[in-house]
Design a protein around this ligand. Structure first.
Ligand code: GAF
Length: 378
């Protein structure tokens, strides 16, 4: 049974009728442009065919009642002044109600069933998928206009101000605005998007190391502060405003740690723009080389990889048909992404799975994914 069928069936069982709407929001894999979004830089993610689904219908009493299939738990709250009580899954839904009201919207209540298959804490944006699916549910029952960038910014506010995580805008932008069959080159300063078709000569393979990040928030915030220190040194608003040449001229004046952090971001922005060009030109060798260089920079300069990510990336690169591989998302665990020739993808997945299991004792999840459409009502 598909996820859609599961949430619809469970809805029927709980509420005694068919849902009046079904909404979905995808997870994402970032192909390149890591830790650049909060530096006003460039990213090149795809929305993937791993999703969060909600089957729902409006309620007349101003309450939201949701059952989560994944947590086998229900949540019920009244739309009105809300307070945050923890970090549970339900806080994302309450946070969305809070942010939409803060933005001046009048919300109607609804009841629904939610289920998803975006692995949690794996760097595939399961939380942005929950945020955007919930926004779409509220928008559907309350008649709100759906403008992806506006909704992405509100989703980011939930993350930043309700959940207390100081993340950038990439995840919500791609989850809201993804295009089937395309990556999106996103300018994280002005939020403009350029869809770039995925070349037919490659498929995207997710390699989940099975390791999960710990203590990421503090390490993530520390990286942000180091980037801000570097921007102050160069006298610019964000590292986006420093090009590779300017950096090379003055890098010796920087504190060595801040220098490495800045070098990653500045070269990564450059790689991301070149990667989009390579993708447009169908130059998969070049795209793969840039992905490899991105990983090495995240490992050596930005220091956000772990042993498992470094191992799976090296194993992937050694396989026939692999153009390039790198970690994806915030790092410190979770997933890598590889670009692989379609005819060799099956053998690639089997071989990386076996070799990684043997090398680390961890069982990875390796699968080909498709570039999916952003958040939608079906
Ligand atoms: C996480 C954050 F949520 C994003 O905003 C981004 O910074 C990413 O890490 C690193 O590129 O997914």
């Amino acid at each position: 049974m598909t996820l859609r069928e599961q949430v619809e069936q469970d809805f029927h069982r709980r509420f005694g009728a068919a849902p009046t709407a079904v909404v979905r929001a995808p997870g994402r894999v970032n192909l390149i442009g890591e830790h650049t979004d909060y530096n006003d830089g460039f990213v090149l993610p795809i929305a993937i065919d791993r999703e969060v689904w909600i089957a729902l219908r409006p309620r007349e009493d101003g309450r939201v009642v949701v059952h989560s299939l994944d947590y086998s738990a229900s949540l019920s709250f009244e739309i009105g002044p809300l307070s945050r009580v923890g970090t549970e899954w339900g806080e994302y839904l309450k946070g969305v109600a809070w942010v939409l009201r803060e933005a001046g919207h009048t919300l109607k209540g609804w009841e629904g069933v939610m289920g998803g298959n975006v692995p949690r804490g794996a760097g595939l944006s399961s939380s942005a998928a929950v945020e955007l699916a919930t926004e779409r549910a509220f928008a559907t029952v309350s008649g709100l206009a759906w403008q992806p960038a506006t909704m992405a910014l509100l989703g980011q506010r939930v993350e930043n101000q309700w959940m207390g995580l100081h993340t950038g805008i990439m995840d919500q932008m791609i989850v809201a605005g993804g295009r089937e069959g395309h990556a999106l080159l996103i300018d994280c300063r002005d939020l403009s998007l350029q869809p770039v078709p995925l070349p037919a000569g490659a498929v995207v393979v997710v390699l989940d190391t099975g390791t999960r990040r710990g203590l990421v928030d503090s390490a993530y915030n520390e990286r942000r502060s180091q980037c801000e220190a570097a921007a102050r040194f160069f006298g610019v608003k964000a590292l986006r405003d420093v090009d590779v040449q300017t950096f090379t001229k003055r890098e010796q004046e920087l504190d060595p740690l801040v220098r490495r952090r800045a070098r990653h971001v500045i070269t990564e922005n450059d790689r991301t723009l070149r990667a989009a060009d390579a993708m447009r030109a169908g130059d998969l060798q070049q795209l793969g080389r840039l992905m490899d260089a991105s990983h090495d920079s995240l490992r050596d300069d930005f220091e956000v990889t772990n042993e498992a990510l470094n191992t799976i990336v090296l194993l992937a690169r050694a396989e026939p048909g692999c153009f390039g591989a790198r970690m994806t998302g915030a790092g410190f665990g979770g997933c890598a992404v590889a670009l692989v020739a379609p005819g060799q993808a099956e053998a690639f997945v089997q071989s990386v799975h076996a070799k990684y299991t043997q090398a680390t004792g961890n069982t990875p999840q390796c699968y080909v994914c498709q570039a999916a459409e952003g958040t939608s009502v079906v």
